[in-house]
Design a binder for this molecule. Structure first.
Ligand code: LMR
Length: 395
């Protein structure tokens, strides 16, 4: 039965983890998968998470199922984090939260919901986008189409994006990155979000907003600008949120699908269908990650510690961005890579070509995605001179 099955190459991003581990170059640098690293190249457990886990260990009384929507306490803390403490959307009770196995799980729930309940509607993604969008939505049965996002000079092509969105057929779904665009790091300004909103409203499109990096760009509230604008201005919005990066609980698979509907009644209808979609996929989400997040956000003290640690991570990434460009000055490359200091989040579309990325890997032990996407959190102040030298050598 399996004779015809062909072996395929592994996932390009996840494959970098293995390739990096095997490399014996003592100076190797991992700029691959989107995981936060400190200056020692470690991804430590956040202190707030450790403290929450200690409390959970002491107080946990059962390991029974938590239901297809996940823990209610998790929804209660995630909705205000994403939509705002005083959100009119929450006042109107028109948003529903479903805990999911990571942000990826939330995307798949959204994909399955769209395929089942909005048949024939295409999903439009930015070109480029997170490569897994290109796999998981077609796997759910959706037709994918692309709108431009960067131009030939590696700048945000907002005019091109807007012009393309204006042509999207009514009722189709448009995927937007809330902040920290993956892979480019180019985010929309407030004014640009307003313009996208106008077009989305005029065309009657359904926004699906991928919000995987809340707190990694400018701040927890600042990064939510586009999400809140859309949710407060439109009848229907789908949001996928993730706690992988901002709580550093990648392996606990903790995400959330937020469905915003026109009113409470419609939200409850949609919510009932999401429970079915979750049940048919994996039944119940894992409990531990959401329990950590609830424990932290329900405690003023732990929440303050967590926000402090998140701010440290964000500030470190943003300072590395500036220092990286400075480190390229002696090689006359600071202008060429100036965009790295302007981009936000974990990733930078560096403009490096696949052949240059290959040389960086083979000659210098520097690993990044072949599209030229670098995980800026993988830079370290100690390694910046080495990185700059290597990049100069391949330019
Ligand atoms: C990334 O883009 O590196 C992260 O979102 C991790 C992943 O699953 O690809």
């Amino acid at each position: 039965m399996f004779e015809h099955i062909e072996r395929v190459p592994g996932d390009a991003i996840l494959g970098l983890i293995e390739a990096f581990k095997k490399d014996t170059n003592p100076q190797k640098v991992d700029l691959g998968v989107g995981v936060y690293k400190d200056d020692q190249g470690k991804t430590p457990v956040m202190r707030a998470v450790k403290e929450a886990e200690a409390l959970l260990l002491k107080n946990e009384t059962t390991k029974t199922y938590i239901g297809s929507h996940g823990a209610p306490s998790y929804g209660e803390v995630i909705l205000p984090m994403v939509l705002g403490e005083d959100s009119p959307v929450l006042d109107a009770k028109r948003a529903s939260a479903t805990q999911s196995p990571g942000g990826t799980g939330a995307l798949r729930l959204a994909g399955d919901f769209i395929a089942k309940h909005l048949p024939g509607k295409a999903l439009w993604v930015s070109d480029p986008t997170w490569p897994n969008h290109l796999g998981l939505f077609p796997a759910a049965g959706l037709t994918l189409k692309k709108y431009p996002y960067v131009d030939a000079d590696n700048r945000l092509d907002f005019d091109g994006m807007l012009a393309a969105i204006k042509e999207i057929p009514e009722g189709d779904v448009v995927l937007l990155h809330a902040c920290c665009h993956n892979p480019t790091g180019f985010d929309l300004s407030h004014e640009q979000w307003q313009k996208v909103l106008e077009v989305v409203r005029e065309r009657g499109l359904l926004p699906l907003i991928d919000f995987a990096y809340q707190g990694f760009g400018e701040g927890l509230i600042e990064d939510a600008y586009g999400v809140r604008l859309m949710a407060e201005s439109l009848d229907e919005v789908i949001i996928t949120s993730s706690c992988s990066k901002n709580f550093g609980i990648y392996c606990e698979r903790t995400g959330c699908l937020i469905m915003v509907a026109k009113d409470h009644e419609q939200m409850e209808n949609v919510r009932s269908q999401i429970a079915i979609v979750a049940r048919e996929n994996y039944s119940n989400p894992p409990a531990h990650g959401s329990a950590i997040v609830s424990e932290i956000l329900q405690s003023a003290e732990l929440a303050a510690l967590w926000r402090e640690e998140l701010t440290e991570m964000r500030d470190r990434i943003n300072s590395l961005r500036r220092d990286f460009v400075d480190a390229l000055k002696p090689f006359g490359l600071d202008q060429k890579f100036a965009c790295v200091a302007e981009q936000r989040g974990m990733f930078s579309y560096t403009g490096l070509q696949p052949e240059q990325v290959d040389r960086l890997r083979d000659e210098f032990g520097i690993y990044m995605v072949r599209s030229g996407r670098a995980n800026v959190a993988g830079f370290s102040h100690e390694k910046l001179p080495y990185l700059a030298e290597a990049i100069a050598a391949v330019n």
